[in-house]
Structures are given as C-alpha cells and as structure tokens.
Design a protein around this ligand. Structure first.
Ligand code: ZN
Length: 304
C-alpha cells in the first residue's frame, strides 16, 4: 500500500475486547475495525465522509453487540437530515456486522479543522434509534435526538439517556487520500453504579486527555493497550473476538420474497421486464432472476 510508514503496514486482524477495570467499577469495550470498515467501504463504494460515518456507526454497533448474549442482536439507525440519508447497521453477540448508508457517494467538504465533516454529512438534526432483539415478544427500542452528528457524542447521550448508563464513547476512522481505510476503531467506557467520586474524576481526566483512537492504532496500539490510556494497568480482559462483516441474505431469501409478491406481480415482472434484479442493501449483492425462474416461482406462489 502506498503512503504507508515503514513498519506500519503490517496487517493486523480486527479485534474487539470486553473487560472490567477498577474492581469492576468500570466496564470497558475497545475495538479495531479497520478490516470491517474497509470491507464496508469496498462493498458500498463509499466516499471518505460516508466511510467515516458508516465506519463509526459500525464500530459502535460492534461494541454494543459485545454487550449482548447468545442469539441477541441489534440494529442502529442514524437518521439525520444531512446528505448521507440514513445509516443502518446490524450487529450481534458473535460480532457479525453488516450495514449501509443511503447515499454512499456524497462529496462533503472538510470542516474548519480540515477533517472529514461527519456531522455535516450525517446532519445535526434527527434521531438515533437502537433496536435490540433480545428474544422477547417485543424488541427493545431506544431513541435519542442527534446532538452533534459526529456520532461518538451522540452514542454517549444514548447510553446516558436510554440505558441510564453513564458512558464515554470514542470512535474513529482514518481514510487515505485514495479512499482506502487506514485505521478504524473505538472504545466505550461505562461507569457502574457506586464508583467513588475520586475515581470518577480520574476517569474524566483520562477521557479528556485521551489521544485520538486512530492515532493510537497508527502507533501500533491494540484494543487492549489503548484501554490502558483510560484506566491504567488495573484492567482485566474477559473476552476477545474478531468482528467480521457478515450478511445473512441469500438467493433463497429473495426467492421467498418474490413468491410472497403473488402471481399478479410476478406476471407483470415476467411480461414487462422479462427478469428481476434484486439488491441487498446491506451487502450490495445483486440477485438476478431470469424469466424461467420467475415462472417457476409463479407456479409455487399461492397468492394471487
Ligand atoms: Zn446481503
């Protein structure tokens, strides 16, 4: 890869860690999601600001997935009034993530600091919705208004408001001039009830002194070692997993969707288009069904 500092181009696997610190007074999560965000970028052809917005959301989703158990899963929807439209990311407890942004190829000028203007692209008005499927009859839903659009602050507000869990969230995506993802990652620190005041103050100081996640990753820090910047050495990692892109779409699922359209709709597809091309928003795969296949599905469909 061009433009890489010598020794800095070693490919590291993505990693997500979950742990505790300070006698269980703090819960911590940290992730390197460079490969994951790179795959999202390639699949959707996102331009840099869209890459950063989708990548930050995907990194948050990966870490929030690590708060789930078993077959539980969640969806993050970022619905701002900016040019990107909606961002949607699914994640589960096995660190399988997929996601998309409505308008991946939007050019947004850099902000005053010369950085990718994620807030300008997402929009500073709107909502973040978190939908969790916890295997209950009804999914859990939490929503907060967008307050910054840079996303880390917005997820911080979500934890405080919707989950009553005071937290600090850091998210970062560094994109090269050619649009490839150089580094991506983040952290979430959650304060458990009863943390002594002096420790809370110590944590707040560490959070405000925390360097950018992508700078730390660029210096070779790992998800575990970047947590030392926040909590020092008193850190216990309980779980480590590789977050991966995974979409559960398949040809069979799209066949089912076509069958449920009914005979009338299928007929008009056959007669007007002679084929159907279906598209999965999440992974950008296309599924082509020729007229013969549509006729076969037509004969199975029991809906008019
Ligand atoms: Zn898919």
């Amino acid at each position: 890869m061009k433009g890489q500092v010598e020794g800095g181009s070693r490919k590291l696997k993505d990693e997500l860690v979950r742990g505790t610190a300070w006698n269980g007074g703090i819960r911590v999560f940290a992730a390197r999601t460079t490969e994951l965000v790179g795959e999202l970028q390639r699949r959707h052809g996102t331009f840099p600001t869209a890459t950063a917005a989708l990548g930050r959301t995907a990194t948050a989703a990966a870490m929030m997935g690590a708060m789930l158990k078993g077959k539980e899963k969640l969806t993050l929807q970022v619905k701002g009034d900016g040019p990107l439209g909606q961002i949607v990311v699914d994640a589960n407890a096995s660190a399988e993530i997929r996601g998309y942004v409505d308008h991946p190829q939007v050019h947004v000028a850099s902000n005053d600091q010369g950085k990718l203007d994620v807030a300008g692209a997402v929009g500073r008005n709107g909502y973040i919705h978190v939908i969790k499927d916890l295997g209950l009859k009804e999914p859990y839903r939490g929503s907060v208004p967008i307050i910054s659009g840079e996303l880390a602050e917005d997820f911080t507000l979500y934890f405080a408001d919707s989950e009553q869990s005071p937290s600090a969230v850091g998210l970062g995506v560094l994109v090269d001039v050619d649009g490839t993802v150089l580094h991506a990652g983040g952290f979430i620190v959650q304060v458990m009830p009863g943390l002594p005041e002096d420790q809370l103050e110590r944590l707040e100081r560490a959070i405000s002194a925390m360097p950018q996640v992508t700078s730390l990753l660029d210096q070779g820090e790992t998800p575990e070692s970047l947590l030392h910047f926040l909590v020092g050495e008193d850190l216990t990692i309980h779980h480590s997993i590789e977050p991966v892109f995974r979409c559960k779409c398949s040809r069979e699922r799209f066949e089912q969707a076509l069958i449920t359209l009914g005979k009338k709709e299928l007929n008009s597809l056959i007669e007007e288009d002679g084929k159907a091309e279906l598209h999965c928003h999440f992974c950008n795969e296309k599924y082509l069904f020729e007229a013969e296949e549509l006729k076969a599905l037509h004969s199975i469909s029991d809906r008019q």
